[in-house]
Design a protein around this ligand. Structure first.
Ligand SMILES: [Zn+2]
Length: 62
């Protein structure tokens, strides 16, 4: 997981932060990339499509 993302607005590297959020009544704590400057965070495609459970299993396998 060496993917570096940049904030489109600020042009600074995003930092991984643990975020708690609710998704369809399920509370999730997950590290997602956040902009340290403007606080914008980026939810990846799997999360956006509600496949976070599969994504977390992949992470734990490693
Ligand atoms: Zn930003």
């Amino acid at each position: 997981m060496a993917r570096k993302l940049k904030c489109a607005r600020c042009g600074v590297d995003l930092e991984m932060k643990k975020i708690d959020f609710k998704y369809f009544e399920v509370e999730i704590a997950k590290e997602i990339p956040c902009c340290p400057s403007c606080g914008q965070y980026f939810i990846d495609q799997e999360l956006a499509e509600g496949r976070m459970r599969a994504a977390e299993m992949e992470l734990e396998d490693k």
